[in-house]
Design a protein. Sequence first.
Length: 256
Amino acid sequence: MLRTASNSNENITDSVIQQELLLAIAEGTSRHVGEDFLNSLVETLHSSMDVSMVMIARCGVDKPITRLSTILAMAGDERIDNLEYDIAGTPCEEVYDGECLVVPEGVSKKYTTFKDFEGYAGVPLYDASGRVIGHLGVLSDVPMGNPEIVENVIRIYGQRAEAELQRIDADKQRENLLEELKQVNQRLTHSYELARESNEFKTQVLGMVAHDLRNPLSVVSARSELIEILVDRDNDEKNRKMIVENSSEIFTAARR
């Protein structure tokens, strides 16, 4: 629809063409969100705009940006997974400077890396902080007709693609946070169990110590009472012997 062709209906205004195109894309993508939306967007743009290739790509976090990797790409009737390429010498390089770029024709002459294409349009995609993280691009192997319509379409759906990428990133961040919280909870639970077991062990030890202390004290107390009784009696040989024996028991108990 957006290529220059001899059979173009000159009676159809650009406004009508754009409305029909936007309607077709909306119908193809309206029921989807997240990754499903991005998939449907690539497919719908490819079929509705009659272009050779549609891609959604992302860059790494390092600066300067030197290499791109496609999230989704479609060329002809085939899906292309994980297409990577150097950004130098491509029109994408200008897009990652933060500008929407439309080159209706002459791409193969100006950008030798894209020597198989004649038309190009690309729009930057931003994260929530305003950093360029990717782009939406369409390429044609013949000159593009209606470049203004092409620009309007990719700007409109570039914003939607940007929102869905931010949604995907937010979901991943939330999942990572939940996983971190889960791990922290597991560590705290483990620490609590160790502390509980340690406290139980301390309680048992204290109980054993208290028991051991009570036994010698009871011996000392009983023997002391007996000695007092014996001392009050006549100190004959038998009583003196019993006093010595009970004193010995007290000494032994005190050493435990």
